[in-house]
Design a protein around this ligand. Structure first.
Ligand SMILES: C[S@@+](CC[C@H](N)C(=O)[O-])C[C@H]1O[C@@H](n2cnc3c(N)ncnc32)[C@H](O)[C@@H]1O
Length: 319
């Protein structure tokens, strides 16, 4: 007999076998499954044990409750899972199974991996999970046991993914440890540290995250300035520079065209997950604009700086 959580999981995960579904089809099942998980695990936002973020050297690690809550960033969860499924299917046509997937910052529900266990078999797919928050990891163990999917997860490691050293190659690396504009959380540091350990044919998901400055002008169309892009080939600066030292720093500065009546400056995040899977402007919490400056007056020069330290952040200087 199936437990209520197992039955809920099967119903939820089976949806992912149908990539053509739209948000109207998956929004409610996602909410239902999140409620089932929280109820089974006794997770609530009232308990400080589950709502305390952790500070790390390269950004904050989201608390157990809020990391779990990411499940209902509906389009994000749907599209990441579909992108990962597509990448694993592609790898299965290219090489000998099982495909090895590394998932860093998996949170309490391994949200981006769970549906894969209804699409693939353990002899097709083996998943290593990394998570820094011990509370999230112990919750995750309960979930995996309860829904009886242990065979997919040979390694579940409590570690800082920015320091972890792999003992094998992986075909696909997944991490979603970010907020809009790559602020606060360690997405960039984790991606860089992990990808430098693997060959060029290891697929990184998301494939590319790019940050563009939107320069909104009074009575004129908005100007766009690509700033920073993170992809499997490393940090690609469209302009600006990187300084690799104690902290990674990106800089870009430029003059505005004459007669620009600049009003607001925001950062737009574009996420290409894999092949046709991407998150559009405002489609997810991850792609909401992040405003750096509003109601500017008489600005002619902008300087953007992105610093990767314990609080990855953007600074804007205007003159
Ligand atoms: C934004 S949550 C996302 C959770 C889940 N991956 C998802 O997509 O729903 C990020 C997770 O990454 C974990 N994390 C953050 N920094 C980490 C690090 N340096 N090493 C391992 N895990 C980390 C956090 O504890 C949190 O569980």
């Amino acid at each position: 007999m199936k437990s209520p959580l197992q039955a809920g999981y099967l119903e939820y995960a089976r949806l992912f076998q149908h990539p053509d579904l739209t948000i109207g089809d998956y929004r409610d099942p996602m909410l239902t499954f999140l409620h089932q998980l929280n109820e089974f695990l006794g997770l609530s936002s009232d308990n400080p044990l589950f709502t305390q973020d952790l500070k790390t050297l390269r950004g904050k690690a989201l608390s157990t409750y809020w990391a779990g809550h990411c499940l209902v960033d509906h389009s994000r969860t749907w599209k990441f899972c579909q992108g990962i499924i597509a990448a694993v299917k592609d790898k299965l046509t290219e090489k000998k199974k099982p495909i090895k997937l590394l998932y860093a910052g998996c949170g309490p529900f391994a949200t981006l991996a769970l549906p894969l266990t209804q699409v693939f078999t353990p002899d097709q797919l083996q998943i290593t999970l990394l998570e820094i928050n011990p509370e999230s990891l112990s919750i995750l163990q309960k979930v995996i046991q309860e829904i009886e999917i242990e065979a997919f997860f040979p390694q579940i490691v409590n570690c800082d993914a920015c320091l972890w050293v792999a003992d094998q190659k992986y075909d696909v690396v997944v991490t979603e440890t970010m907020q809009a504009a790559l602020r606060q959380e360690p997405q960039v540091s984790i991606s860089l540290h992990l990808m430098q350990q693997f060959p060029d044919d290891t697929v990184l998901i998301p494939a590319e995250i790019s940050i563009t400055a939107l320069l909104e002008r009074r009575a004129q169309p908005t100007l766009e300035r690509p700033l920073f892009s993170l992809s499997a080939t490393g940090l690609e600066a469209h302009s600006g520079e990187f300084v690799q030292g104690e902290h990674l720093i990106y800089r870009d500065e430029f003059d505005l065209p004459p007669e620009t009546d600049l009003q607001d400056v925001s950062l737009d995040t574009r996420i290409h997950i894999y092949k046709t899977w991407a998150l559009g402007h405002k489609e997810s919490g991850l792609t909401m604009p992040h405003y750096l400056q509003r109601n500017c007056r008489e600005v002619s020069h902008l300087a953007f700086t992105y610093t990767l330290d314990e609080n990855p952040s953007w600074q804007l200087q205007i003159s």
